[in-house]
Write a protein that binds this ligand. Structure first.
Ligand SMILES: Nc1ncnc2c1ncn2[C@@H]1O[C@H](COP(=O)(O)OP(=O)(O)OP(=O)(O)O)[C@@H](O)[C@H]1O
Length: 259
């Protein structure tokens, strides 16, 4: 069911428990189409748990999660990816022995209709499909300025380029919602600035909604349209970056964590 108006993602009243630990406590937020939405919070606040609920790895005990009005609850991760939710990982999720292009082509796997046997019998159709997929991948290579690394095995890519290639693989899925898990973790200042530039470029070119989990506060404040702050699984503030930054609960959560 495709809706014309309203938020792309509705995450409503979600509670997730592990034994005695409440990882998410009645968490609600919405993401609009094309919005860059950031989630911040100290270690253990529940940020990764939100991603894992969104992509079907965890099943919350309470609440609802819908993408364009379609419930994501109870669906397997592959099915949720098929509905248009892509994710990048804190630790790289590329296949080290495959080239950059091959890794990006794998990102399109769920979009391919032609299997091995139908490929044998419907050679023409399979060929046309392959060409269309390659063209889509080449557009991403161009957008992220990855041309010089096309044929390099992913395991040999410099760290910053490998992170960009992972972003490319997620984009190759043609997602409607992209989950970015600490995209600048382990990067130096130059790589961080490059990443910010590429994320803005992706947003401008593709108009894609993104949720960013990130510890680098200046990146969040520069890029995000809105920010949600969590502490011990509870939402303590939601709003524009400047509002959240000045919120006394947020300051308290961060200073408390540092003390
Ligand atoms: N599979 C699990 N089993 C048990 N407890 C878990 C599991 N996953 C998360 N938790 C707990 O849920 C809480 C939230 O963890 P989560 O990883 O979502 O936090 P986070 O904000 O992503 O932290 P970080 O910034 O360190 O990545 C923590 O107390 C964590 O120990």
């Amino acid at each position: 069911m495709e809706r014309v108006n309203g938020p792309l993602l509705e995450f409503t009243g979600v509670t997730l428990r592990f034994g005695g630990v409440t990882a998410l406590d009645d968490v609600s937020f919405e993401v609009e189409p094309g919005e860059l939405f950031a989630i911040i919070g100290p270690n253990g606040a529940g940020k990764t748990s939100i991603f894992n609920c969104l992509n079907g790895v965890y099943r919350p005990q309470r609440g609802t999660i819908t993408l364009d009005g379609t419930s994501l609850l109870g669906r397997a991760p592959a099915a949720i990816a098929g509905l248009g939710v892509a994710r990048t990982f804190q630790n790289l999720g590329l296949f080290a022995h495959l080239t950059l292009i091959e890794n990006l082509m794998l990102g399109r796997h769920h979009l391919m209709h032609t299997g091995f046997f139908s490929g044998m019998f419907w050679w023409g159709r399979a060929k046309r499909e392959e060409i269309a997929h390659r063209a889509a991948v080449e557009e991403i290579v161009e957008l992220l300025e990855l041309e010089p690394y096309r044929r390099m095995p992913a395991g040999l890519l410099p760290y910053g380029v490998a992170k960009r290639a992972e972003l490319g693989r997620a984009l190759a899925m043609e997602p409607r919602l992209l989950l970015l898990d600490e995209p600048v973790a382990g990067m130096n200042l130059e790589e961080t600035e490059d990443t910010a530039r590429y994320l803005l470029e992706v947003r401008r070119e593709l108009g894609l909604a993104m949720i960013l989990v990130e510890h680098d506060m200046s990146l969040v404040m520069d890029l995000a349209d809105r920010v949600l702050a969590l502490d011990f699984g509870v939402v303590i503030a939601t709003g524009k970056p400047s509002e959240v930054q000045d919120d006394p609960h947020v300051i308290e959560a961060y200073l408390g964590g540092a003390a």
